[in-house]
Ligand binder design. Sequence first.
Ligand code: TTP
Ligand code: MG
Length: 406
Amino acid sequence: MARTIMHIDLDAFFVSVEQTENPKLKGKPVVVGGRPDRRGVVASASYEARSFGIHAGMPLTTAYRLCPQAIFIEGSFPKYGDASQRFMAILADFTPFLEPVGLDEAYLDVTGFESIYGSIHQMALTIKQRIKDELGLCASVGVASCKVVAKIASDLSKPDGLLEVASGGERSFLAPLPIAKLPGIGKKTEQILRGLGINNIGKLSITPVSALKSHFGASGELLHSYAKGIDDRKVELPSAVKSISRETTFGKDTKDRSFLQATLRYLSERVGSELRQQGKQARCITLKLRYADFTTITRSHTLTQAIDTDQTISNTGLELLKKAFAQEKQPIRLIGIGVSSLIETGRQLDMLDASAQRLEQQNRVIDRIRKKYGFTAIQTGRTLQLKDIFPETEKGYTLHTPSLSR
Ligand code: TTP
Ligand code: MG
């Protein structure tokens, strides 16, 4: 059946939230991510800052060099989390067929909604207006017959845009666009494709699948479908969240094992608490490390049973870290931990052995205390040493560059 998918993404999200709080920042080059003399990268840049070449992921020092007059803001994650929740709540008023992605974007399956709003165009305008009125933020919207085309359309329409791709016109819409516009094409893939003489999506769509498969395996096939504007992925409701992760970049590269272990324990607790709050358990645990030379590795371990306790997440992460220490001696720039292969928690406590039961109960008590008195109200031995390093708020430690699952 033909579908209509809407993709909505807030413009310069972190920066725009700061601008609603402090209107003096409007119309100026603004960067959220940290002070320019500190380490770390740009999280969000205003469109004025982007005209100087600044973009997300760029080191703050480079951003400062490109535009010394830009206003650099540390940023406050809890604030963005709140804005994100209010954004998703507005979208939920329009349809239950809603898949939030990260903090500031979502897919909506709006098939058949013309009859309610007059047209999908009108529905999109109404959503944009509500977001503007209630949150003071601008959203860009793409409408198409599938996710990948809707996402590219919203991206092209930015800022404050609305772009609809008519059914049947997907391929000609995509054809002239540079390959980097296709989600899933990172720097490496782009380089390989360019090496093969494939510069735009049209060229990619007429490249034999076999050639793409030989370079990229199964994802070659997917790229080929996307390039033709074919994408069968459904809009998945939030219960289908696939992974939860937390990571941080350090102020200074470090080899300090005990500090790394403490940070890993803290991040594991953040992941565990989110996992339990979502009523889920996980089977796969992944450690992420970025070394001083920017090489990034991930190491995963799959458990035989799904879990949701901080201890198991952290202990598995620590084991993976130990192995990584043995293989690589470089200082570490970023550490992160994530869980995936999620299932809904359906299991009864009494099916577990006594020690597993105790652990689960203990985690639930900790969650309750933290909800009432703040995250750092309870500290485990390991995380205590972070007290002297990171500032503390009731929501937990303020890490140097915290990052949520993306
Ligand atoms: P994006 O939607 O990718 O970026 P944006 O909203 O700042 O700008 P636009 O959509 O107009 O292009 O990401 C949403 C937020 O996620 C962004 O405001 C900050 C955060 N983020 C990071 O922390 N690190 C990153 O590398 C990226 C890309 C985003
Ligand atoms: Mg955005």
